[in-house]
Write a protein that binds this ligand. Structure first.
Ligand code: FAD
Length: 134
């Protein structure tokens, strides 16, 4: 049986980011995903806000995954008329292809050294006693 320093359950953005970060720190990492394909089923339309979590992702992201950058936010009346438009600072909100985005993050985790296992549902965790009894 193979042993790992880190086991990541789920290959969504959080799991991929954790797997990549741990691998980059030198940990041996396995990431286990229940679905046969990463990014499917698609979880959301993929509006990506720049934040401390997403900034590092955006830096490493293949630009082909980015569909567009949002320049403003528009508010519509029920009639469809634009009643307000506020500009967005450059680099703050992007539209990404969410399925491709997830796969790109998984690719980065794999490049960092993480092993990825698909079609495997984690159903529980078993704690083993160590020699010290901990
Ligand atoms: C309708 C909708 C619209 C949204 N729109 C946006 C948006 O525009 N912008 C935005 O930033 N966010 C949006 N979100 C939120 C966004 O989808 C989530 O915040 C994001 O997917 C969370 O990422 P995650 O990695 O934590 O979890 P997930 O993306 O849910 O990934 C978890 C992964 O773990 C796998 N998994 C779970 N349990 C197990 C198990 N036991 N064994 C193996 N694998 C397992 C799942 O199959 C899944 O692939 C939206 C969400 C919804 C529902």
């Amino acid at each position: 049986m193979k042993e790992y320093d880190v086991i990541v359950v789920g290959a969504g953005p959080a799991g991929c980011a954790a797997a990549k970060a741990a691998s980059r720190q030198g940990a041996s990492v396995i990431m286990i995903e229940e679905h046969p394909v990463i990014g499917a089923p698609r979880h959301c339309p993929g509006r990506l806000h720049s934040s401390s979590f997403t900034r590092e992702i955006l830096e490493d992201l293949d630009p082909r995954v980015i569909v567009c950058e949002y320049r403003s936010r528009r508010y519509f009346a029920p009639s469809g008329r634009v009643i307000k438009e506020t500009p967005l600072p450059p680099g703050s909100v992007y539209q990404v292809q969410r399925d491709e985005f997830d796969r790109e993050l998984a690719r980065q985790a794999a490049l960092a050294g993480a092993e990825i296992v698909l079609s495997t549902l984690v159903t529980g965790l078993y704690k083993e006693r160590t020699a010290s009894g901990a």
